[in-house]
Design a binder for this molecule. Structure first.
Ligand SMILES: Nc1ncnc2c1ncn2[C@@H]1O[C@H](COP(=O)(O)OP(=O)(O)O)[C@@H](O)[C@H]1O
Ligand SMILES: [Mg+2]
Length: 334
């Protein structure tokens, strides 16, 4: 029981405690006088009752502080499950509530970190297992070391290299270790380059570029923006049926924004996945995309880059089907 919990300030609580203790002392003194009790004994009883009063009323005033210091020690050891009692309405209660909120945020961050390590290890293990099996076959003489076998193994090594590169890139972006090299540049050549690269890799899909003239100009890091566009085009082409068209567009949409859109005629991204696709390692259809060599990191990297530019990135559903990725980046005013 915490009798003073409803009071909303420590000062008021202390006041109540003092008044109550003084009141008890006076009362004991008065009663003792009438009953002709000796002064020393009166003082003793008054003191004892006063202390008992303080003990009773001040309950719960400092215990959250003790709980918090215990919980903080537990957190330092990595246990984020502790919460402190936050029923009082005073400053200590406020501190306890802030403390609890901080504890849940830390435990969420900790969960994400654990997931990331688990996902990353899993993704790295897949190509290593395949590579190992291939090498064992060759070493044991089960399969000859012919160019076809070596090519399969090379593909696994390339996949490993790509994954490690992406993970490094993501961690550099997150820690902002490499600052953006911002300047003003034209969008058109950047889109053309991304398109011709993907035509080279996937000749089965048409890639069109439609940019308003004169070309919109972006204020940003061209290398990083190129990375975003390359990731979006790679996805669009990967999820497109053969013979369909992917379209890249860029427009000045407002005084301070340039919009880049990448359209495809693939299955699209369902509305309920529209935020999750930006999570690291998230794949809407993991079986399909991991066969194609996707890692689930492309959009996570793209979103970090766009965020660092202060821009927006979001998927939209196209009718009757297909996905449109919309990126808005700051416009470079010459
Ligand atoms: N154009 C698209 N059409 C349909 N689904 C897409 C498209 N782009 C991304 N996605 C979905 O978002 C997921 C995450 O994309 P991404 O981070 O680039 O990873 P990856 O391409 O390596 O699978 C993909 O696995 C896919 O499910
Ligand atoms: Mg991708």
């Amino acid at each position: 029981m915490r009798p003073l919990d409803p009071l909303s300030s420590i000062k008021v609580k202390l006041g109540v405690v003092i008044v109550a203790a003084v009141g008890v002392t006076l009362l004991v003194n008065e009663v003792g006088l009438r009953m002709n009790v000796k002064a020393g004994f009166r003082a003793l009883v008054a003191g004892a009752l006063g202390l008992a009063m303080v003990q009773l009323l001040a309950r719960g005033m400092t215990s959250p502080l003790r709980e918090m210091s215990m919980a903080a020690t537990a957190m330092a050891r990595g246990d984020y499950t502790r919460r402190v009692t936050a029923s009082s309405r005073d400053e200590v209660g406020e501190l306890a509530r802030a403390f609890n909120a901080m504890a849940s945020q830390l435990s969420e961050v900790d969960r994400l970190r654990r997931d990331l390590v688990a996902n990353a290890s899993h993704e790295l293990r897949t190509p290593i297992t395949a590579l190992r099996a291939g090498l064992e076959n060759v070493v044991d003489g089960v399969a000859p070391p012919d160019p076809a076998a070596l090519r399969t193994m090379l593909a696994q090594v390339e996949r490993l290299g790509r994954l490690v590169g992406q993970l490094l890139d993501l961690s550099r972006l997150e820690s902002e270790a490499v600052p953006l090299q911002r300047r003003v540049f034209d969008v058109q050549p950047l889109l053309e380059e991304a398109a011709s690269l993907s035509r080279l890799h996937t000749p089965g899909v048409h890639v069109d570029v439609r940019v308003e003239s004169p070309s919109p100009r972006i204020h940003g890091d061209p290398e990083r923006v190129h990375q975003v566009v390359a990731n979006l085009v790679e996805n669009a082409v990967r999820y497109s049926p053969p013979g369909s068209t992917v379209e890249l567009r860029a427009n000045n949409t407002s005084h301070n924004g340039v919009t880049i859109e990448v359209d495809d005629e693939g299955p699209g991204i369902p509305a309920e996945d529209s935020q999750r696709v930006f999570e690291r390692f998230y794949r809407a259809d993991s079986a399909r995309s991991s066969l194609d060599g996707g890692s689930g990191l492309g959009l996570a990297i793209a979103r970090w880059i766009v965020d660092l530019h202060g821009g927006v990135i979001r998927p939209e559903q196209r009718q009757p089907r297909g996905c449109r990725m919309v990126v808005v980046l700051p416009r470079g005013n010459p």
